[in-house]
Design a protein around this ligand. Sequence first.
Ligand code: BTN
Length: 241
Amino acid sequence: MKILAFETIDSTNTWALRNIDNVEDKTLVTAFSQTCGHGRFRRKWVSDNPENLYLTFVLKPSDYAHAANLTQYLSVIMVRVLKSYNVCANIKWSNDVRIQGKKIAGILCESTVRGGKIKGLALGIGVNLNMSETEVKKIDIPATALNLHTGITTAKDEFLKRLYDEFFEDYDEFLEKGFSYIKEEYRANLEYLGENVQVSNGAEKEEVLMLDITDEGELIVKDKNGTQKILRTADINFNPV
Ligand code: BTN
C-alpha cells in the first residue's frame, strides 16, 4: 500500500489533483484534518475530527471509459467493508453510504484535465469512524458513525486496510466491465426503489417515483405527468406522498 499521510492539508482531493503528475497510480492520500474538505454540490465536508477518515485514492487507469461510475463502485465497496463489521448499510443514489437512513460516508471524484486529456483522478471518501452522538447531531443532515453501531472504537488503520484490499480486489474487473459488473449488488443495496422521492438539481425540486437504474448507473424516474426520465446527477430525498 502506497500511502501519503498528512497531518493537516486543505483537502486530500485538492492536494492529489495539484500534485497529480508526481503521484503514482493507486497511491492513497490521507489527512488527520482538512481545512477545505468539500463534497458534492459544493457542500462543505466537516473534516476536523482526526478519528474520522479523510482519504483520496489517486487513480490513473489506462482507460477512463468507466471513470464516471467509480464513485458507485466505491459505495458498493464501502457497503462490503461495513458488512465485515457486521453493520448493514445502504446506498442513497448515487453514492451516499447510509446506515438506517443516516449518512456514514460521502464520496467525491474529481479529475485534472489538461489539453483535453485526463491526467488522473482523485477519488475521495470521508468516513465517520468515531464520533459521539452529540457530535453527529451537529451535522446538518442525518449522520452517523461506525463506532455508534459496533459499540467499540474503530481502529482507523485496520479500517483503511480493509477498504484498500476490498477496493483493489475487483478494481481491474470493474475498469474492464464498468457498472454492469456491480449493478446487481448496487441495486440490492439501493434505497427508495419503487418509492416517491424528491430530486433536487440546484434550486429545482421535483417529486418523482424512483423506478430503477440503467446499466450505466443512471436513475430511471417517472414524473408527476407519467413521463419517464433518466437522471445522471441529482440529490435524492425521501418524500412520502
Ligand atoms: C459528499 O458526500 O458530498 C462527498 C464528500 C467527500 C469528502 C471526502 S473527504 C476526503 C476527500 N477530500 C475532500 O475534500 N473531499 C473528499
